[in-house]
Design a protein around this ligand. Structure first.
Ligand code: S3P
Length: 747
């Protein structure tokens, strides 16, 4: 009898478990549950006497029965682990028995055929039948290979139907979890589609390729030279032929669908080889390579991460330290985004150097790959973009996922509003909370058709095929993202698009458009573009990101005895607010070796420790230092006296509410501060140790790492994974210059 209410207890909760079919999967299931103590008795059934004998000897089951009816008498759960084509006959026999209240489940690799066979045998799908599929196995087979750990950290997919009893589902769910499996529920059809693509098709290709090569007369010659590629690709051709023959017959429809799609993709590759179309080949190969890297990461994380802590990457920062040395921070994020966008829209091949290989800029890169642009790299900051021209983008195959990156979403929305295809833009939890009406509304005025979720949040659905009209727009907020979005839309809009900003914001879009030979007129606070021109490929050298440098500017300022040089930092006047504010606070920062690189001013920044004092931050500097406030608040906490920030309400709609989140963290560290609607008041003094939260916001995590230099005890910073969005080697550079922050060892 199954005691569903006792499902959480350590006592046996199942009387009798019957496993029909003692192969690798059935045997491992039986053995694992027998060892768990969850079942009072585990009974095996198998046609083969040798398997039955071994199963008892090896402790896989308590006892075995030859006769199915005898075994199933009084069973609580019956697991069907026979080859998939034997399932129909087995179900027919079970249907003729009185199974009482027994729960049925199975392990078949295809689900549609099992469900059909069960419905036929029982005259309708039994409500106590829970179809299942463990995605696990090994080259070994037979009961002697039974391994109670086989399913640990492997996925098991259950495919309940509408009529499946929830209680039966939760029993089967519990059994698999007891074996350490990661259980997911899915619809039958979806399961069969997914498995056809990810498992069945690759097996078909592997068997097919080996056979095709082996048939040839010169096969011995060929195989003598078959090295890594052949070995890697065909490993799975060593799998059990009978089992696979069963699977293809069982999952025929889904396999045919995925095979047909693949066949037409293969034909396209054949045509490209035939036509000598290297561009097409490079496109397929570069896309495949990143996709493969992406999947590997997903798989690797799955292998090491326990669901409980998967999102909480913790930085542990030790108090004290002094900075010295010369470093180069990674490339500018804003410029990196724009290099991909404009390089893609240009005619010809654009080479980029110093590209930021952070997740945000990579999201933009991937978006353009998805829209058919061939992009090589990034490799050590080098990217080669084969531009498609202003009208060469193709629809992405699905929604474009932009992760944490507001810049990607806002700038892309302008560009996509003018295409002749529909696009959907989505993002992570943080991006999904950020306001998009600031771009959607003026774009609608230009004639764009855009849908958003409630209150203008992502996802954004951007309809194609709308002719845009030029707009004269005065922005209600100082936002380079809004300005850039509208200028990009303006490249396609009829007539002239003019954007006026209430205060100066970063002008990388305007500079880079000109760098690509596209005319932009600038008149004070107003920038305009007209459609009808083109972008011509160019060479871009991305300077170091002043926003990333800011952490070290503050760190070296507050840590006594420090002297540090930051090389090759972009010092575009629309970005240097952080230097101005720190200097007003008394910081010792000098600019050396000033030069211009590809239309952007660059310098080496030398910073020495200094006694900082609190100030009232001039409001006109706010947009020029908009991303640097989290770490400037740390400077203020170390300064003598009071620092007051006003006119910075924009900080509340960044990757987190940076006013509130920083105030919470500073208060937790014993710093006196008070958030206000548009800023904060901070009284400098002693920083203590403690626990703070990054809230998925890269700049918060890095700011509190810097705070440790003046803390009296360690600071533990939760939720730091997103540091990789803008500064993937932050911890390494910290270690190099003397900030003692590291990822907390996984327990
Ligand atoms: C950016 C502009 C800024 C900035 C963001 C990058 C850009 O946002 O905060 O990190 O690349 O244009 P707003 O323009 O919305 O202030």
């Amino acid at each position: 009898m199954v005691d569903v209410t006792a499902l959480q207890s350590a006592e046996p909760v199942i009387g009798r478990l019957v496993v029909v079919g003692l192969g690798l999967i059935g045997g491992s299931f039986a053995k694992g549950l027998r060892e768990s103590g969850l079942c009072r008795e585990v009974v095996g059934v198998d046609l083969d006497p040798q398997s039955r004998k071994l199963a008892v000897e090896l402790g896989v089951v308590d006892r075995c029965e030859e006769d199915l009816a005898a075994a199933c008498q009084g069973a609580d759960v019956i697991q069907l682990a026979v080859p998939i084509l034997a399932m129909e006959k087995l179900l027919g026999r079970l249907a003729a028995m009185d199974l009482g209240q027994a729960i049925l489940t199975d392990v078949g690799s295809a689900k549609g055929n099992v469900v059909r066979a069960a419905a036929e045998a029982f005259g309708g799908m039994p409500p106590r039948f829970v179809p299942g599929h463990p995605i696990a196995g090994s080259e070994q087979s037979g009961v002697e290979a039974s391994n109670s750990e086989l399913f640990r950290r492997h996925k098991v997919i259950l495919t309940p139907l509408d009529q499946t009893e929830p209680a039966a589902l939760s029993v089967v769910d519990r059994l698999w979890r007891e074996l350490g499996a990661d259980v997911e529920h899915m619809q039958v059809e979806r399961h069969d589609e997914v498995l056809a693509a990810t498992s069945h098709l690759p097996h078909l290709l592997a068997f097919g390729l080996v056979d095709s090569l082996a048939k040839r007369n010169e096969n011995l010659e060929i195989f003598r030279y078959a090295a890594g590629g052949f070995r890697d690709f065909t490993r799975i051709a060593g799998s059990d032929p009978v089992m696979w023959h069963d699977i293809f017959l069982a999952n025929r429809e889904a396999v045919l669908r995925t095979l047909d799609t693949f066949r037409s993709d293969l034909d396209a590759l054949r045509d490209a080889v035939d036509a000598g179309d290297g561009h097409q080949l490079l496109g397929v190969f570069t896309r495949a390579r990143v996709a493969r890297e992406h999947f590997s990461k997903i798989l690797a994380r799955r292998a090491y991460v326990d669901a409980m802590n998967s999102n909480d990457l913790i930085f542990l920062a030790q108090p004290g330290g002094r900075l010295s040395g010369r470093i180069r921070v990674p490339g500018d994020k804003s410029i990196s985004h724009r290099s991909i966008m404009l390089g893609s829209l240009a005619e010809g091949v654009t080479e980029v150097e110093g590209f930021l290989e952070g997740e945000d800029a990579l999201a933009t890169l991937q978006a353009f790959r998805d829209m058919g642009v061939v992009i090589e790299g990034p490799h050590h900051g080098r990217v080669t973009i084969h531009g498609v021209g202003l009208h060469g983008l193709k629809p992405a195959p699905g929604p474009i996922y932009l992760g944490n990156s507001g810049t990607s979403m806002r700038l892309l929305s302008g560009l996509l509003a003018a295409q002749d295809f529909d696009s959907t833009l989505t993002g992570d939890a943080s991006l999904s909370k950020r306001p998009m009406n600031r771009v959607a509304n003026p774009l609608r005025e230009m004639g764009a058709v855009i849908e958003t979720a409630a209150e203008g949040r992502p996802p954004m659905i951007i309809r194609g095929g709308n002719k845009l009209k030029g707009l004269t727009y005065t922005m209600p907020m100082a936002s380079a993202q809004v300005k850039s979005c509208l200028l990009l839309a303006g490249l396609y809009a009829e007539g002239k698009t003019t954007v006026t900003e209430p205060a100066p914001t970063r002008d990388h879009t305007e500079r880079m458009l000109r760098g690509f030979g596209y005319p932009v007129s600038i008149d004070g606070a107003t920038a305009s573009v007209e459609s009808g021109n083109k972008l011509t490929a160019t060479h871009i050298e991305v300077p170091g990101d002043i926003s990333s440098s800011a952490f070290f500017l503050v760190a070296a300022s507050i840590a006594e005895g420090s002297e540090l040089v930051l090389e090759h930092v972009g010092i575009n006047p629309t970005r240097t607010g952080v230097i101005d504010i720190l200097r007003l606070m008394g910081a010792d920062i000098t600019l050396e070796n000033q030069r211009e690189v590809g239309g952007e001013p660059v310098a080496d920044l030398r910073v020495r420790a200094a006694k900082l004092k609190g100030i009232e931050i001039p409001e006109e500097l706010v947009p020029l230092a908009i991303d640097e406030f989290p770490v400037l608040f740390v400077a203020a906490a170390c300064a003598q006296g009071r620092t007051v920030l006003t006119g910075a309400e924009e900080l509340r709609v960044k990757e987190s509410d940076r006013i509130q989140v920083m105030a919470d963290g500073l208060l937790a560290l014993g710093v006196k501060c008070e958030p206000t609607p548009d800023g904060i008041i901070i009284d400098g003094g002693q920083i203590g140790g403690g626990e703070v939260h990054g809230h998925g916001d890269h700049r918060i995590a890095m700011a509190f790492s810097v705070a440790s230099l003046r803390a009296s005890a360690p600071i533990r910073i939760h939720d730091c994974a997103n540091v990789a969005t803008s500064f993937p080697n932050f911890l390494a550079l910290c270690a190099q210059v003397g900030i003692r922050v590291a990822q907390e060892a996984e327990s």
